[in-house]
Write a protein that binds this ligand. Structure first.
Ligand SMILES: [Zn+2]
Ligand SMILES: [Zn+2]
Length: 447
């Protein structure tokens, strides 16, 4: 694109957006069951809402959803790619570590990968599910067509411990599984809350009969809500961990660079994003724990730095980040909406994550890159940058690695290195090699 002095730059557009006054809001719901503690939206329309076509837009307003012709073309390219399906040794499944799951150390974060973007995260006695997808195919037609799971779901909804919090990043079929939501509501009843993007709540109520109004909380970007312990919380029946741990969990909805569609006629009608979580124990001798679930996102060079500034803990950064590393091919279609492994490493650095786990690969074939390539590329770039990489080991003795991938069903108990340790790792990497050059080289190989 050539330089046109009459056109504002993206940075200028963002600044203009931030300062633009908006008329009263009709979309945002009150939250009688939750306390808005920071970044309240008050009574303005979100500035990322477009009145003219009644849709949401990205932080970088120049990034739009792919046109229908490109969407049709990409589906045929994915079909034509005829992906090689890895064997069990190459893409492993582990039996759930029930002992760890039922007796978590409440002061550290523990997570179990359920495939694609579904994580079961445990901290401070809270059980959190991200984008729970348990179905066999991700498409509008659950049993008939669409990408089939490469590996079975490691555990069923009924097998999971009681769930406190479910977050759904956006309405694409590989992230919002309606049957999973129905099952989770059936099993956990009113003890579970769902946090969802703007305009998803009405759609869920239409489709999930048992979902109560108080149970589903709609959020806008940068809005934070405090999720406190339920007074009637039932201790986990097998728990022998530190059951006395208690505190509050703050949930923040964060922007991502993506889009939404559930049927042919609702493109960008619902919002999309990621979620940040801050667990603050009542006992102040224990540290806060912060984790971040990115949902689906493309990379741009200011969004994640803004998340670092506005969300990350000023003292501790982000303890754990769940970042997408797959569905990046082909780049002509996916570059604006899905990070590749190189960009995912850059996101981890931008947000100051001490430990990241890659996801959005190895479960449903929704793109053209080979199924195992995200792991290989991640490994390569981390080796080049001399950052720690670990695969298929529950944890090591010395602390958490900078960026990992885990097996389907694997439970990872974070060791939580000190901030100083992590700073040394990053400093060492930057000293030895020119990070930007490495990232650029890796990206060229990927394209
Ligand atoms: Zn998506
Ligand atoms: Zn996705």
């Amino acid at each position: 694109m050539g330089n046109n002095s009459s056109q504002p730059t993206v940075e200028q557009m963002v600044v203009n957006e931030a300062t633009h006054m908006m008329p009263p809001d009709q979309i945002v719901q009150d939250h009688p069951d939750a306390t808005v503690i920071a970044h309240p939206i008050n009574t303005v329309y979100p500035k990322h809402f477009n009145f003219e076509d009644n849709t949401f837009k990205n932080p970088d307003v120049t990034i739009a959803q792919p046109p229908m012709t490109d969407q049709i073309r990409i589906y045929s390219e994915i079909m034509m790619a005829r992906q090689f399906v890895p064997n069990e040794h190459q893409l492993r499944t582990m039996k759930p570590n029930w002992e760890a799951i039922h007796s978590p150390n409440h002061n550290n974060i523990q997570y179990t990968w359920l495939g694609h973007s579904s994580f079961f995260v445990q901290v401070g006695g809270f059980n959190v599910l991200t984008d729970p997808v348990f179905r066999q195919r991700c498409s509008f037609f659950q049993h008939l067509i669409g990408p089939k799971r490469l590996r079975p779901v490691p555990m069923t909804v009924d097998e999971l411990p009681p769930i406190d919090v479910v977050v759904i990043s956006h309405n694409h079929t590989d992230h919002l599984d309606l049957q999973a939501v129905k099952d989770l509501v059936r099993v956990n009843k009113q003890n579970m809350k769902l946090y969802v993007p703007l305009r998803m709540k009405a759609w869920l109520h239409k489709n999930v009969e048992e979902l109560s109004n108080e149970q589903c909380i709609e959020m806008d970007w940068w809005q934070s809500i405090q999720h406190t312990f339920r007074p009637n919380v039932v201790p986990h029946p097998h728990s022998v961990g530190e059951q006395t741990a208690s505190g509050v969990l703050d949930i923040t909805f964060l922007p991502s660079q993506h889009w939404s569609v559930r049927n042919l006629f609702d493109t960008n009608y619902q919002l999309w994003g990621g979620f940040g979580f801050t667990y603050t124990p009542n006992n102040t001798t224990f540290p806060k724990r912060v984790f971040y679930f990115a949902g689906d996102t493309g990379y741009n060079n200011y969004l994640f730095k803004e998340i670092r500034t506005r969300f990350s803990d000023p003292n501790g950064g982000i303890d754990v980040a769940f970042l997408p590393i797959g569905a990046y091919g082909p780049r002509w279609f996916s570059a604006s909406q899905h990070t590749d492994p190189v960009e995912a490493v850059q996101v981890a650095q931008d947000i100051n994550a001490r430990h990241s786990c890659g996801c959005h690969f190895g479960t449903f074939v929704v793109s053209t890159e080979p199924v195992l390539e995200p792991i290989e590329k991640l490994h390569q770039v981390l080796q080049l940058m001399k950052l720690d990489y670990q695969q298929y080991q529950p944890w090591n003795e010395h602390g958490d690695n900078f960026f990992v991938t885990v097996c389907h069903g694997e439970t990872y108990l974070c060791k939580h290195k000190t901030i100083a340790d992590n700073a040394n790792v990053l400093e060492g990497a930057n000293k030895d090699q020119n990070t930007a050059v490495i990232l650029q080289t890796e990206r060229e190989k990927l394209i």
